[in-house]
Unconditional design. Structure first.
Length: 222
C-alpha cells in the first residue's frame, strides 16, 4: 500500500528474505551503524557510489577501503572473513551438488576465486561420476594476457584423482570474457585429449569482471 512505512533493512530481510534487499541495504546491515551526522543507509549508499559496485568493494585493498570515511580496519577484516566464508560455502556445496545440472555453482565459486587476479590463472575442476567436485586446482599461471595450458598435465591429474569429468576455468584480467583464438584452440585440444582417455570434457569457462563466457553455452552471461 502507498501509505505503508518503508521497512528498515533488517526488518525487510526478516519479512521478505535477503534476496529482496538492495546492495545498499545489504551493506547497511553489514556496517550496522553510521557515523556522526551520517545514518547507516546514507553511509552505505555513499560507499557504493565511491566504489561503483559491491564487487569492487569486496576486492578493495585495506588502504582503499579505509580511505572512505566511516570505514576502518575492523570492518575490512569482517568483510574479508565474510567473503572467505562465502567462497568456502560455495566450494563445499559443489562437493555435494551435480555441477552439470547446476553449473552456476561452479561459476560463482571460481568467479569469486579468480576475478580479482591481475594475471591469467587456469583452474581445473575435477568431477566424479555423479558430477560432484572431487577437487579444484589452480594449475597454470601466466601474464596479464595469457597462461600456457598443457592438456597432458590436466589429463595426468584427472587420472590420478580418478576424475570422470573436468571443467576448465580461467580469468581474463582485462575484464572482457570474450574468448580469444588461443582459448578456442585449447578447448579443442582438451576435447580431443579427454576423448582419448574417456573423460568427459564438460566446459571451458572464462571469467571476466562480473560476467563469464561458457564454451558449452556459446555466449557471455552478464
Amino acid at each position: 500500500m502507498e501509505n505503508e512505512p518503508m521497512l528498515m533493512p533488517r526488518e525487510k530481510l526478516l519479512r521478505e528474505g535477503a534476496g529482496a534487499l538492495t546492495d545498499a541495504e545489504l551493506l547497511a546491515i553489514f556496517l550496522r551503524t553510521g557515523v556522526k551526522n551520517l545514518p547507516v543507509m546514507t553511509l552505505a549508499e555513499g560507499v557504493l557510489r565511491e566504489f561503483g559496485s559491491l564487487r569492487a568493494l569486496l576486492t578493495a585493498s585495506l588502504a582503499e577501503f579505509c580511505h572512505i570515511k566511516g570505514l576502518g580496519q575492523t570492518q575490512y577484516i569482517q568483510l574479508q572473513a565474510t567473503k572467505e566464508m562465502t567462497k568456502r560455502y560455495l566450494c563445499q556445496k559443489m562437493a555435494v551438488s551435480d555441477l552439470i545440472s547446476h553449473p552456476e555453482l561452479a561459476v560463482m565459486s571460481v568467479q569469486a576465486e579468480l576475478e580479482a587476479d591481475e594475471k591469467e590463472v587456469v583452474m581445473v575442476l575435477f568431477l566424479d561420476n555423479r558430477n560432484r567436485l572431487i577437487k579444484q586446482e589452480k594449475m597454470f599461471f601466466g601474464t596479464v594476457h595469457q597462461a600456457v595450458v598443457y592438456p597432458r598435465e590436466i589429463i595426468k591429474e584427472a587420472l590420478k584423482c580418478n576424475a570422470s569429468a573436468i571443467i576448465i576455468v580461467h580469468n581474463h584480467p582485462s575484464g572482457d570474457c570474450s574468448p580469444s583464438q588461443e582459448d578456442r584452440q585449447i578447448t579443442e585440444k582438451m576435447i580431443r585429449a579427454c576423448e582419448l582417455v574417456e573423460i568427459r570434457f564438460v566446459d571451458h569457462i572464462i571469467v571476466g569482471k562480473g560476467d563469464y563466457f561458457s564454451f558449452k553455452a556459446g555466449e557471455c552471461d552478464r
